[in-house]
Design a protein around this ligand. Structure first.
Ligand SMILES: NC(=O)c1ccc[n+]([C@@H]2O[C@H](COP(=O)([O-])OP(=O)(O)OC[C@H]3O[C@@H](n4cnc5c(N)ncnc54)[C@H](O)[C@@H]3O)[C@@H](O)[C@H]2O)c1
Length: 304
């Protein structure tokens, strides 16, 4: 099936990145959010980023205009009626995502594919909430979407092969590389990555090394571009905790148990970059050094 019209639900970090990547790849996009201000902010952000490309000479003024003409913002779900593909990127909440698909099912055409950008929710469960489980699939983009090359395409137990083929074609047209993953918590990338980040927090909690040394160790010893604690701050400590809880409950192995220090950080309101403090402190998005509460935790630990 030739996909031309994409309806993106959720105009946050991921939804606006997906919409931007889709319009620059020639798709017509309706970007939807229940909050009008989120839609306006997303549109302005997309235009500013494209304008930046014009100023760098990687896009012409005409191309920018053509891209922006392919983007519509609309807070009504009924605007999905002509969509060939829906990409859902709202909060990571099964009931909320189910409810979006239930609503869209009454509006969209029978051929419309329902893709979710979920990081951890079962596509089989999302599919079961609809009368079209064969047309429900995962398209797991990575942040920032316009830059990151990967899309994990996740198939639920009932996802049809032609749907997998069609979304892979969309991903290719967006310039992405696709990997295929079965519907199991964390799929491929997060199943490998998030337990490693959780283990880095555990290493800190056990006073094996300082915040800087844990990060430096993984950067210089494993050639990772960012340290695991820096990366945890970027992802959001609440998100890391939530996903580890899903792994622990679903996979039932203590190796997935969220680190005690991670739970304490989230309870204390240290959520990472977005809250201005996590393992590091941040001012206007710039790291200002290690969060001093951790230096105290560490030095007390050393006295034991
Ligand atoms: N942040 C990441 O790095 C990342 C990476 C990969 C996947 N994801 C997944 O992408 C999804 C979105 O994450 P995000 O970081 O962009 O979230 P976000 O909080 O930045 O944005 C979510 C948006 O969805 C809107 N929304 C909520 N309920 C809605 C509804 N019923 N209808 C329409 N709009 C609604 C909100 O108003 C908000 O603007 C989540 O499932 C997340 O797990 C996130």
């Amino acid at each position: 099936m030739a996909i031309q019209n994409i309806f993106v639900v959720g105009a946050g970090l991921m939804g606006s990145g997906i919409a931007q990547t889709a319009i620059t790849s020639g798709y017509n996009v309706v970007l939807n959010d229940q909050r009008q201000e989120a839609l306006e902010r997303a549109k302005m952000g997309i235009e500013n980023r494209l304008q930046h490309m014009v100023s760098k000479g990687t896009m012409s003024e005409e191309e920018l205009k053509a891209c922006m003409a392919r983007l519509t913002i609309d807070s009504r779900m009924t605007a999905a009626k002509d969509a060939d593909l829906v990409v859902e990127a709202i909060f990571e909440d099964l009931d909320a995502k189910r409810s979006v698909f239930e609503t869209l099912e009454k509006i969209c055409k029978p051929h419309t594919i329902f893709a979710s950008n979920t990081s951890s929710i079962s596509l089989t469960a999302l599919g079961a909430a609809t009368k079209r489980p064969e047309r429900v699939v995962g398209m797991h983009f990575f942040s920032p979407v316009p830059k990151m090359k990967l899309v994990e395409v996740v198939f639920g137990l009932r996802t049809a092969q032609d749907v997998l083929d069609d979304v892979q074609e969309v991903g290719r047209r967006m310039g992405k590389t696709m990997i295929l993953a079965k519907d199991k918590p964390g799929f491929i990338v997060n199943r490998a990555l998030l337990p490693m980040l959780n283990e880095a927090v555990e290493i800190l909690d056990e006073d094996i090394g300082t915040v800087e040394d844990v990060d430096e160790g993984m950067k210089l010893g494993c050639n990772h571009p960012m340290g695991p604690l820096e990366l945890a701050d970027m992802i959001g400590l609440d998100i890391l905790l939530q996903v580890m809880q899903v792994f622990y409950e679903d996979l039932g192995d203590t190796k997935y148990r969220p680190s005690h220090l991670l739970r304490k950080m989230v309870t204390a309101g240290y959520l990472g970059r977005k809250s201005g403090a996590g393992f590091y402190l941040y001012e206007n998005g710039t790291s200002m050094g290690v969060n001093p509460v951790l230096t105290r935790e560490h030095s007390l630990g050393q006295k034991d």
